[in-house]
Ligand binder design. Structure first.
Ligand SMILES: [Zn+2]
Length: 191
């Protein structure tokens, strides 16, 4: 009976409001556990009902899941992977409980470290966004200075000059060809 199973699970691992994770923390914890247990499943965060489920390829948890639900579904993923299940048979077996306990014992002592890592990553992203913004603002400021404007106009001037030089060369070539053809078509003069 599932209800009894869940109640016993809650006694052992706490209710669904303890050890909750933010979505980022859940994704990170999942990534670490997936690597550790060499699983193929991908994670989907869906809804807010506090539960989860596990198929062959996908683990679905509600947003802000508790570590307990994550471990519960991961234990199912391990059952799938090892082939320790039969279709239509019970999933919530003694074996599931022992796998889940193993996953839990692996995850719980690492949880604070994982959360700290997520925070660090988040801070780093935030800091680099701030840096990018500052750099952009500095460039914009620079662009407004007379020195920058002058330098920019000089660049345009150099470009325009080189275009003029190229056009002049082209014009001279055409004029030379005109002279050649004028000579060829002019009546021979006898002097
Ligand atoms: Zn289950």
């Amino acid at each position: 009976m599932n209800l009894l199973y869940y109640r016993k699970e809650a006694e052992q691992f706490g209710d669904l409001t303890s050890n909750t994770l933010t979505d980022d923390e859940a994704r990170y914890a999942f990534k670490r556990l997936k690597a550790h247990y060499k699983l193929q499943n991908h994670l989907e965060l869906f809804g807010y009902r506090g539960g989860g489920n596990c198929g062959v390829f996908r683990i679905r948890l509600s947003h802000n899941p508790s570590l307990r639900v994550l471990c519960h579904e991961l234990a199912h993923a391990i059952q799938w992977k090892k082939g320790w299940h039969t279709h239509g048979k019970k999933w919530h077996t003694k074996r599931h409980k022992s796998i889940m306990t193993r996953v839990w014992k692996y995850a719980l002592p690492r949880l604070e470290g994982w959360k700290a890592q997520v925070k660090k990553n988040c801070d780093r992203h935030y800091q680099s966004a701030v840096n990018r913004q500052n750099k952009k603002a500095k460039t914009e400021e620079l662009k407004r200075t007379p020195a920058y404007k002058l330098e920019h106009l000089r660049k345009l001037e150099r470009k325009a000059e080189s275009r003029v030089r190229r056009a002049t060369t082209h014009l001279k070539k055409i004029q030379r060809r005109i002279r050649i053809w004028e000579k060829k078509t002019s009546p021979i003069s006898f002097i």
